[in-house]
Design a protein around this ligand. Structure first.
Ligand SMILES: Cc1cc2nc3c(=O)[nH]c(=O)nc-3n(C[C@H](O)[C@H](O)[C@H](O)COP(=O)(O)OP(=O)(O)OC[C@H]3O[C@@H](n4cnc5c(N)ncnc54)[C@H](O)[C@@H]3O)c2cc1C
Length: 268
């Protein structure tokens, strides 16, 4: 429960209000974590927020986190500059089940900031380290100026099928305009041989799951990352209880088959 002190060694503005921090601890050994897990980042004097890992595992001992300034804590994190300190607790939660994708087609489906927890998986695919037979990324954002990792995506495209969609585009936008479910629906998906990882707003995940089920992807092959307000991150306080689960320790990544009953209850 005691945070370690880390230093900001690099800060990158993704677009206004959303930024990526690279953190280093001079004292702690490199943190070992898996894609889809998260840390609690502590802005001193303000509080903690759950933030997913968005970089490579043990990337030269660095932690990489992408954050949207949303409220009190994340706005305090937004004010951090290179050289400033913050507290880090983690890693927490269960991440993406990479061991279950061998020989399968992997669909990564991200909405908005939901690309952040999937980026470690994208990196692995890009480096040829995934055991999937093929990997495809479907990424939906509000507008072209709100794409995460805009400078990296052209490099990903060289090694990965990337389908992008924005809600509001202009003539210069080369991708799809509308919701990401449209290109997902239009794509050839070998349902029985597919595993899908989803992260994004719940409404987007609901519609994408409907498409996947229609395409014959089994419920047991659909995984989604859930988000609820979180405090202790170790299953004690109950803030993130969702049905019989605690998002912090039973998730944040769940198999759709296991949580279908709770996912279908709006507002739970
Ligand atoms: C497992 C997990 C991973 C996450 N990963 C990331 C990440 O990589 N990057 C990122 O920017 N954010 C991430 N979040 C969300 C982040 O934790 C919250 O946005 C943050 O804690 C809000 O804190 P705040 O003090 O800034 O806002 P507050 O002042 O506490 O709240 C601002 C508003 O956001 C709502 N809110 C707060 N927390 C959540 C939440 N978890 N889900 C939905 N609504 C919430 C509040 O009800 C309020 O309306 C993640 C959350 C979880 C549970």
């Amino acid at each position: 429960m005691i945070p370690e002190v880390y230093k900001v060694i690099h800060r990158q503005e993704e677009y206004p209000g959303t930024f990526t921090l690279h953190l280093e601890s001079p004292a702690s050994p490199p943190m070992v974590y898996g894609p889809g897990q998260f840390n609690m980042l502590y802005a001193f004097g303000t509080g903690e927020s759950a933030i997913s890992f968005s970089g490579l595992e043990v990337e030269e001992g660095l932690l990489v986190h992408t954050i949207r300034a949303q409220g009190t804590v994340t706005r305090a994190l937004e004010r951090l500059k290179k050289g400033d300190s913050l507290g880090v607790r983690g890693p927490f939660g269960r991440g993406w089940p990479l061991q279950g994708i061998e020989g399968k087609e992997l669909l990564l489906i991200a909405g908005g900031l939901g690309l952040a927890p999937l980026r470690p998986v994208v990196y692995r695919a890009w480096q040829g380290k995934l055991k999937a037979s093929r990997a495809r990324l479907f990424y939906g954002a509000r507008r072209p100026t709100e794409l995460l990792y805009g400078d990296e995506i052209p490099h990903w495209i060289a090694k990965l099928d990337v389908v992008m969609s924005v809600d509001h585009g202009d003539n210069a936008w080369p991708g799809h305009i509308g919701v990401i479910t449209d290109p997902l629906q239009a794509s050839d998906i070998d349902g029985a041989n597919t595993v899908a990882f989803l992260c994004g707003p719940e409404i987007m995940m609901r519609f994408c799951i409907q498409v996947l089920l229609r395409k014959g992807v089994p419920e047991s092959a659909i995984y989604l990352s859930m988000e609820r307000n979180m405090k202790c991150a170790i299953g004690l306080c109950g803030h993130c209880q969702w049905g019989p689960n605690f998002i912090c320790k039973d998730g944040p990544v769940f198999c759709y088959q296991d949580i279908r009953a709770w996912f279908q209850i709006h507002g739970l």
